[in-house]
Design a protein around this ligand. Structure first.
Ligand code: ZN
Length: 182
């Protein structure tokens, strides 16, 4: 039986804190939560289910958005129409990144931010990220484009950073011409 998650709003203090490393083995509760994050994100990207369960579409969630001050996040990426890859990354480290910067043409959104924020959020076009899955097995992913943005967005949450912190307040479209729009 699917039960939607209570996602914290940007005003909550836990969203501004630096999260703590996870010590393995992960608790049963945390593992259960990870499965619920996957289900929530997947359903939110399937139109029929997003309507049925009243879910805002989103591709990523980080633990602090659910009130958990720990370093892990989940990304559910629709790589082809109706086909999803799940990424669970615990204690992530971005081990390399491209020089090239990109930004999302539609701006970034966040399930904790219930308003549109205009402006450019500069992100690396390609990154390599390492960490562990929920069982403690090492994982390593190379991501580009949309998936690279999603990983960087979620990684930021673990340091208490929200996407609009990276938008220039005086000039939200600053350096537009120095980055590639995707
Ligand atoms: Zn977010």
């Amino acid at each position: 039986m699917f039960k939607k998650l209570d996602i914290l709003d940007e005003k909550e203090k836990v969203l501004r804190e630096k999260c703590e490393d996870v010590v393995f083995p992960m608790s049963k509760d945390d593992k259960k939560l990870i499965q619920r994050m996957i289900d929530h994100l997947t359903n939110s990207q399937i139109e029929e289910l997003s309507i049925k369960y009243d879910l805002r579409p989103g591709m990523g969630l980080a633990a602090p958005q659910l009130g958990i001050n720990k370093r892990f996040f989940v990304v559910v990426h629709e790589y082809e129409e109706g086909k999803f890859n799940n990424y669970v990354i615990v204690n992530p480290k971005i081990v390399s990144y491209s020089e090239e910067l990109i930004y999302a043409s539609t701006g970034e959104g966040c399930l904790s931010v219930e308003r549109d924020v205009e402006g450019i959020v500069p992100r690396y076009a390609r990154i390599t990220i390492e960490g562990f899955d929920e069982h403690g097995n090492p994982v390593r992913f190379r991501a580009r484009e949309e998936l690279s943005i999603a990983f960087q967005h979620e990684y930021d949450h673990l340091d208490g950073i929200l996407f609009y912190d990276r938008i220039d307040k005086d000039d939200p479209f600053k350096d537009e011409d120095k980055m590639r729009m995707i």
